[in-house]
Design a protein around this ligand. Structure first.
Ligand code: AMP
Length: 586
């Protein structure tokens, strides 16, 4: 296949504001792609080469791209830099410059998809002292034979910023449209949630149809999207929602780890699918030794502990283990315990469809409790009073609250889903009128007065889980200390976008836009109907969204969460409804 076909499709999608129309274009295109090429097509649509759980290391800097464009177009770097600044995107700059150059040269080899993928893999693999030169040459090689529109997307793929606006949900819709029926869509999404590999799902459906997709199962080495909890306002509501009887577990304040264990290797993944094995080598080794099964996928929370007193320490302590360097010291200085709470696979068996209590006893049967591998504390609770008692014990043990889990037969592990089979209740819910929100930074406003020259406030958004987009909920200007305000521009810079990113729905216009990536924890006084914010648009009132009043940053950056894991429209709506039912928060 010619790369031009793909680039032209990206161009059409990019120009299309409607998600439905985007899906239709993609779906038509997918039907024309061979089964051996569809996974590459799907990855490139997201600006990637591989599944979500591989680190995406293409990330070439603008400087290197400018060098490559300069070498290809025969224009001095300073001039290319000016055009990149003017266009606000190296991709469009490359397109413009290559267009001028094309008018002068006639001979070039059309790019095939295969050559592009090979070239990109070579860029990815360039290592060593002169790796930057090698990367620049490889990109320049591809640009030499590019049509202008191809140059635009090549430069965007290597920066990891595609700007075409087709997220995983749109691609799944398009796959369903191209190769299956509408009612098959949940099964296709399930296959993605248990593999985190869109390329594999695309290849499977294109080659073997829905039967093959349904046969995709959990496997060791391929992380699953994690199951998430809903929240309710009180312990009695929680017990009642779970039919008067549930399992309550301590909610530990640490880092969630999904461990993939075989007899001779263990890999640990974060909920954002980063490989954390080298950050927790002690936990990996202990899991390997204490797992009695041939293979298993187990989940738990890694918490920092004071080994002298045995007390659990606050979340900040375990984050010392997330560093990239100096891990040997961190392992010694910050001892960690892992509290196991779920088992998704064991001895060749997919456990995700088993009920909660069977999964829990399978953990006990297959793992030996050791010094640093423990079970979460759990109790079956049959009344609000017992629940309250357990909650108080959890707080006394320095946990942040409880997780209530359904003990019904249908209490399965729903990868990637947030639902009422698990309900969280945290101590913050006591303190604030409403609880904390995890919101994505999508924009910033320049500061005034003491904050002149820095960002003074941020535009924050929640996630629309149905449409896969982000809608704004508040302008956040309080709770920042000077140190954080100084760090902010650098922290946000990689996600800066010259125009409104296609996944964002907003009426309020900030000075600077960002792709939704950085998540901050925010508290608020209440949720109100908002004419200016777009989250939960139309849920409560036609044409109006919901906004958070008096938002305040708690000081916690949720770098363990993916943007799609931030607070959702349905959570915001639900909190609004609870608040209206119960205005004094009792
Ligand atoms: P939150 O991050 O506030 O959405 O709460 C959900 C997180 O709580 C999960 O992703 C886990 O990392 C963590 N957690 C702590 N203890 C438990 C537990 N016993 N069961 C499940 N999740 C837990």
């Amino acid at each position: 296949m010619l790369f031009k076909n793909l680039a032209d499709t990206f161009d059409r999608i990019e120009a299309e504001p409607s998600r439905l129309a985007m899906t239709a274009i993609l779906s038509e295109f997918f039907k024309t792609v061979g089964t051996d090429e569809i996974s590459d097509v799907v990855f490139l649509t997201q600006g990637k080469l591989r599944p979500d759980f591989y680190p995406q290391v293409l990330g070439m800097s603008d400087k290197l791209i400018i060098k490559a464009i300069s070498a290809t177009a025969g224009i001095p770097e300073s001039k290319v830099t000016d055009i990149v600044i003017e266009e606000g995107d190296p991709g469009t700059a490359a397109e413009k410059l290559i267009k001028n150059k094309k008018q002068m040269t006639l001979f070039s080899d059309p790019l095939t998809l295969e050559r592009v993928v090979k070239g990109l893999v070579n860029i990815e693999n360039s290592e060593g002292r002169d790796s930057q030169d090698k990367k620049t040459k490889l990109l320049s090689n591809l640009l030499h034979d590019s049509e202008p529109v191809e140059a635009r997307y090549l430069c965007r793929i290597v920066t990891g910023k595609m700007r075409v606006g087709a997220g995983a949900m749109t691609i799944l819709d398009a796959l369903a449209d191209a190769f299956a029926e509408k009612e098959d869509r949940p099964d296709i999404e399930r296959a993605y949630n248990v593999t985190c590999d869109l390329g594999r799902v695309a290849h499977t459906i294109a080659e073997g149809g829905m039967e093959a997709v349904r046969a995709i199962h959990v496997s060791v080495g391929s992380p699953l999207k994690v199951m998430l909890a809903e929240r309710l306002r009180s312990i009695p509501d929680t017990v009642e929602k779970l039919d008067g009887k549930c399992a309550m577990e301590y909610k530990y304040d640490g880092i969630r780890i999904q461990a993939h264990i075989t007899k001779d290797s263990v890999k640990l993944y974060s909920r954002r699918l980063e490989d954390l094995t080298s950050n927790f080598p002690d936990i990996a080794e202990s899991l390997r030794i204490h797992c009695r099964a041939e293979d298993a996928i187990v989940e738990g929370e890694a918490v920092a502990v004071d080994t002298e007193t045995g007390n659990m320490l606050p979340f900040q302590e375990v984050t010392h283990r997330r560093k990239k360097h100096g891990m040997d010291d961190a392992v010694k200085d910050y001892p960690v315990h892992m509290f196991l709470f779920d088992l998704l696979y064991v001895n060749g068996k997919d456990m995700t469809s088993e009920p909660y209590l069977s999964r829990r006893s399978a953990i006990e049967n297959n793992f030996e409790i050791s010094e640093n591998i423990l079970m979460t504390t759990m109790r079956i609770v049959s009344s609000p009073e017992e629940g309250q008692q357990f909650f108080d014990e959890a707080l006394a043990a320095k946990c942040e609250g409880i997780m209530a889990k359904s003990v019904a037969e249908d209490s399965v592990y729903r990868a990637g889903a947030r639902g009422f089979l698990w309900i969280k209740y945290k101590k913050d819910y006591h303190q604030a009128l409403v609880d904390t929100f995890d919101l994505a930074v999508v924009g910033a406003f320049y500061g005034m007065g003491r904050r002149a020259g820095k960002y003074g406030a941020l535009l924050m958004a929640a996630y629309d889980e149905d449409e896969g987009v982000f809608g704004t909920v508040c302008k956040l200007g309080t709770g920042f200390d000077d140190e954080f305000l100084d760090k902010l521009p650098e922290m946000l810079e990689p996600y800066r976008s010259e125009r409104i990113p296609s996944l964002i729905n907003a009426k309020m216009i900030p000075d600077v836009w960002f792709e939704p990536y950085v998540i901050l924890e925010v508290t608020g006084a209440e949720i109100s109907i908002s004419p200016i914010h777009t989250a939960s648009m139309g849920h409560i009132k036609e044409g109006a969204g919901l906004g958070i009043r008096f938002p305040r940053f708690t000081g916690r950056v949720r770098d363990d969460k993916d943007a799609t894991e931030c607070t959702t429209y349905s959570e915001i709506t639900q909190i609004y409804l609870l608040q209206e039912e119960n205005p004094d928060g009792t």
